[in-house]
Design a protein around this ligand. Structure first.
Ligand code: SF4
Length: 589
């Protein structure tokens, strides 16, 4: 049976390196069957296409922009050189390696080369973001018909602005947008722009199974449109759309039954076993309707949601990244390895992770897979993709890497809930992890408790002081605008982050504005947070941020002002700030 796995647009950040969902599904199918598996990252091809469209247009329109393009290339090269020369990180890394911690990855030149390429690609990513916006404007002919702020939502998490086109609406999707997508006679420019031979693998009337992976809601509209495109070429194709976001919308399917005329079923839990079973049954022309975990429309026009069987994450083998060579990523040697599903804490009031049951892999299998990934795919950097790895597990991973004398750079997410002793942090750094990411959310204890983050700010301060002593990098995410949070408390968080960003060159902080998601605890218990009203938003299939009324409501622009001070500081740390970043952010103040 021919199984095609697709990752649809639009996730701009995934141009850096491949998102792990396709590699996990592909490896599971290959390890457990003889099905012919084909993987394609349409997202990255579409982004590169937008960059070409934007550059091409710049060239054709006037000779001045042609010259400017080369001036920009030279300027970017100067940025890269300067950012390497003046980057404290490289001195810190050399200091660790030679003076103090015998930092393993820098025993080989590949560690240093990776660092230099990473700097270069950070500059490239900023330029790609701008090209994507320019390319979208040209492709969809919206140069003058769109509010500047609306299209900027592609670069920020600001979900207040809306747009008619489903792809540009980004954080929202209305039923009307899906209907017009389903009923349109005009081919979607996303797919037609990729060229007439792009989908050469889809064969009319051949028995084919298509799995479309939707990791972020920004891909949902494009996934539906992709399903329509596939069915047009091969009306007999079987199409399944799956991914974590499906849980957020599965209770709305009964309001848009037409979806099931192009999508055979949806999957809202881990898809490995389900996809395998679908391929087995469809390959043998057997009935598939009783497969656990699928959502479909039956002959009586009723939505059937078969109860799922929990997937055992220990059955996952080495991710299959062989398809990476067919695409153009910025850092193809930087790969993800999934180590768990869900979150072990799972109690934050604003979060929707509670929808997933926590499952995780052992330290031994994680490190074994890291070693194999480095050998098979020659990768230099591994992201352990996890909502948050407990600190004690991170130290065990680090210890095993050191014991096995494995030379790799790696990073992951953790929580600041426990004290991080200096000796353990040194071992983590020695193993090749020079940066950890955390969600602090609020530096104000009252607000942090209100969010149910389960973190003591005094422990956070102790840990950050340890990081400063060791020059250990950390990226801290925060949220302001939580219902009931005062302006003074928001400033508290911003000042806290600012002081650490100033003191420790390795610390970067990013503040986002709270958004009320329909599946969160806050949404379901508004009275506990002083929320007196939440909009119904019936016309939306999905809405990232519900409007609401609460006590102490601080104007959005004011919150953006508080957040931007921190975000700009961190941004300038990541790379010398390019004009593109400055102008984009300035206009939002
Ligand atoms: S915000 Fe992070 S720590 Fe909190 S429940 Fe969600 S995933 Fe877990």
């Amino acid at each position: 049976m021919k199984v095609m796995l697709y990752f649809p647009p639009l996730v701009v950040a995934s141009v850096k390196n491949p998102y792990p969902s396709l590699s996990i599904l592909s490896s599971y199918l290959k390890d457990n069957s003889n099905h012919d598996v084909f993987v394609k990252d349409i997202n990255v091809d579409f982004i590169n296409n937008l960059v070409n469209i934007s550059e091409q247009n710049g060239k054709d329109n006037n000779s001045e922009s042609y010259l400017l393009k080369y001036a920009r290339i030279i300027r970017n090269k100067i940025y890269i050189i300067l950012s390497i020369i003046f980057s404290k990180r490289i001195y810190t890394l050399l200091y660790r390696r030679f003076m103090r911690l015998r930092y393993r990855p820098f025993r080989s030149k590949k560690g240093i080369m990776h660092f230099i390429r990473e700097k270069k690609q950070q500059v490239n990513l900023l330029s790609i973001e701008n090209h994507v916006i320019e390319g979208l404007k040209i492709l969809f002919d919206i140069e003058n018909g769109i509010d500047y702020k609306t299209i900027q939502t592609l670069k920020t998490n600001d979900s207040r602005y809306e747009c008619d086109h489903y792809l540009l609406d980004f954080w929202n999707l209305k039923f009307s947008q899906i209907y017009s997508l389903l009923n349109s006679e005009i081919p979607d420019k996303i797919y037609s722009s990729l060229g007439s031979n792009y989908f050469y693998e889809i064969k009319r009337d051949e028995k084919q199974l298509f799995g479309i992976s939707v990791a972020f809601f920004t891909q949902f509209g494009a996934a539906i449109s992709l399903a329509k495109h596939i069915k047009k070429i091969n009306p007999t194709a079987f199409i399944v759309i799956g991914g974590p976001v499906i849980r957020h919308v599965s209770d709305k399917f009964h309001r848009i039954m037409q979806l099931f005329s192009i999508v055979d079923c949806f999957v809202e839990t881990e898809g490995e076993d389900i996809l395998l079973e679908l391929a087995n049954r469809i390959g043998k022309n057997e009935d598939w309707h009783d497969i656990p975990g699928i959502i479909y429309r039956d002959i009586h026009d009723t939505i059937i949601n078969n109860p799922p069987i929990q997937f055992d994450i220990r059955k996952n083998g080495l991710p299959d990244y062989t398809y990476v060579a067919n695409h153009k990523y910025l850092l193809p040697d930087t790969l993800y390895l999934r180590t768990s599903i869900g979150c072990y804490w799972n109690k934050c009031a604003f979060c929707t992770q509670a929808l997933n049951k926590y499952k995780h892999r052992s330290v031994e299998t994680i490190v074994d897979d890291m070693i194999k990934m480095s050998e098979v795919y020659r990768c230099n950097f591994i992201y352990l993709s996890d909502e948050s790895v407990p600190f004690i597990k991170i130290t065990k991973i680090a210890d095993l890497i050191i014991r096995k004398k494995f030379n790799i750079l790696w990073t992951t997410y953790s929580r600041l809930e426990t004290k991080f002793p200096i000796a353990l942090c040194k071992r983590i750094i020695r193993s090749g992890c020079d940066l950890l990411s955390f969600g602090l959310e609020s530096a104000n204890q009252r607000v942090n408790d209100l969010m149910n983050k389960g973190v003591s700010i005094s422990t956070v301060i102790e840990n950050l002081n340890t990081f400063r002593k060791l020059r250990f990098g950390c990226a801290i995410g925060a949220i302001i605008g939580f219902p009931g949070e005062t302006e003074q408390e928001m400033h508290h968080t911003a000042d806290f982050l600012n002081s650490y960003i100033r003191e420790n060159k390795g610390v970067a902080g990013y503040i986002s504005i709270f958004s009320l998601n329909a599946k969160s605890y806050v949404y379901n218990h508004p009275q506990e947070y002083g929320i007196s009203f939440i909009e119904k938003a019936d016309e939306y299939f999905y809405k990232e941020n519900y409007d609401y009324k609460s006590e102490n409501g601080v104007p959005y622009e004011k919150m953006m002002g508080i957040a931007n001070v921190v975000n700009m500081k961190s941004m300038s740390k990541v790379i010398f700030r390019g004009e593109n970043v400055k102008s984009g952010r300035k206009s939002r103040r």
